[in-house]
Design a protein around this ligand. Structure first.
Ligand code: GDP
Ligand code: MG
Length: 340
């Protein structure tokens, strides 16, 4: 692998840029883009394109990083773990390149069938990718040796991104870099803060170096290959996460049932599937107040997203054991191997 570990933080640059970041000066964007633009456009390179899978444990900052890399709010960012259950694609194109990102579900122990489906989704996203971004956060004891072995066996370019270094001192950052060098020898290792856009430009530069020569996969004006329905359900899921606590957000599956564009407004009907009557009662709330608030907040964001007036209907339905029902999982778009 060329340039392995090239972007491990050197002590002096780290110290000054870290102070700038602390002061709120976006150091990475103040100086790095020029360097990167220079490296991109100072010579004529052949067109490069490929697929980048972002994998890692829940809550380490995968969505934050992808959104910085793509520059649009495409996936949900929240402090609650396990929000990304589907693969989300973001596409970032320039004249000479196209990077297609998927933000996979978090790596989780297979307790439920759903979680097994997640793990197999991660393996298939490694197999499908040209470059893998393994995101970890400073202080994380990454326990998924089976995933690391899968990465070694695949021999694909891997970039280990150590995120949230704004929360640690330099000694810990350097120790984490050293540790990852021994755990995944063929990887590039970059320590970043996705939240502060610190060294995120270096992540992009490294991705670009590893992309194969290829024509574009998607028409360049397209931002995403996901349908409007998908983003509508993502917006509603985000509002559920913000409005309800404990197990509720993970017990609800959001399905856009119908989507009718009329002259003056778009009518959208959505099913919220839950497993138990008690969960339905919580979502409805006293005199339906909770679901009404959920509907109002969702409608505002969906209207902003579609740039249209909408009529949003939320129906809460009880469907027992939807997590374990393979047919249902398939209907909801998961990739489930029936032999597992
Ligand atoms: P995901 O589950 O891996 O997709 O993680 P998210 O992108 O949703 O981020 C989880 C939480 O970590 C959010 O509260 C983010 O604001 C926060 N976060 C992400 N990157 C950073 C970072 O560089 N520094 C700090 N301090 N927090 C971060
Ligand atoms: Mg996420």
């Amino acid at each position: 692998m060329n340039g392995s570990n090239q972007y491990s933080i050197k002590s002096t640059t780290f110290a000054t840029s870290f102070i700038k970041t602390k002061l709120g000066i976006p150091e990475a964007f103040a100086t790095k883009p020029k360097a990167i633009l220079g490296s991109l456009f100072s010579f004529k390179m052949n067109h490069r394109a490929g697929f980048v899978s972002i994998i890692g444990s829940p809550n380490v900052g995968k969505s934050t990083l992808m959104n910085v890399l793509v520059g649009e709010k495409l996936s949900i960012i929240t402090h609650k773990a396990q929000t990304t259950r589907h693969r989300i694609m973001g596409i970032f194109s320039g004249d000479d390149f196209q990077v297609v990102y998927s933000d996979t579900p978090g790596i989780l122990k297979p307790h439920y069938l759903l979680h097994k489906a997640m793990l197999s989704a991660i393996y298939s996203s490694i197999a499908d990718a040209d470059v893998i971004l393994l995101v970890t956060e400073i202080g994380e004891k990454f326990a998924h040796e089976e995933v690391l072995q899968n990465l070694r066996d695949n021999r694909k370019p891997v970039i280990v991104v150590i995120n949230k270094i704004d929360l640690a001192d330099q000694t810990r950052v350097e120790a984490a870099i050293e540790n990852w060098k021994t755990r995944l020898e063929h990887a590039d290792i970059i320590a970043i803060s996705a939240l502060h856009c610190f060294h995120t430009a270096l992540v992009f530069d490294t991705i670009l170096r590893h992309l194969p020569e290829s024509p574009e996969y998607f028409p360049k004006e397209e931002l995403t290959d996901r349908s409007q329905r998908f983003f509508i359900s993502e917006i509603i899921r985000e509002k559920i996460l913000l409005n309800f606590s404990q197990e509720i957000p993970y017990s609800v599956e959001v399905v856009v049932n119908s989507f009718k564009e009329e002259e003056k407004l778009t009518r959208i009907s959505v099913y919220l599937f839950v497993a138990r009557e008690s969960q339905k009662a919580i979502i409805l709330g006293h005199q339906g107040k909770a679901v009404k608030k959920l509907g109002t907040e969702s409608r505002k964001d969906i209207e902003a997203f579609l740039e249209k007036h909408i009529f949003l209907e939320l129906n809460v339905k009880v469907r027992k054991n939807w997590r374990d029902d393979i047919k249902e999982l398939k209907r909801f778009g998961y990739n489930v191997d029936e032999n597992q």
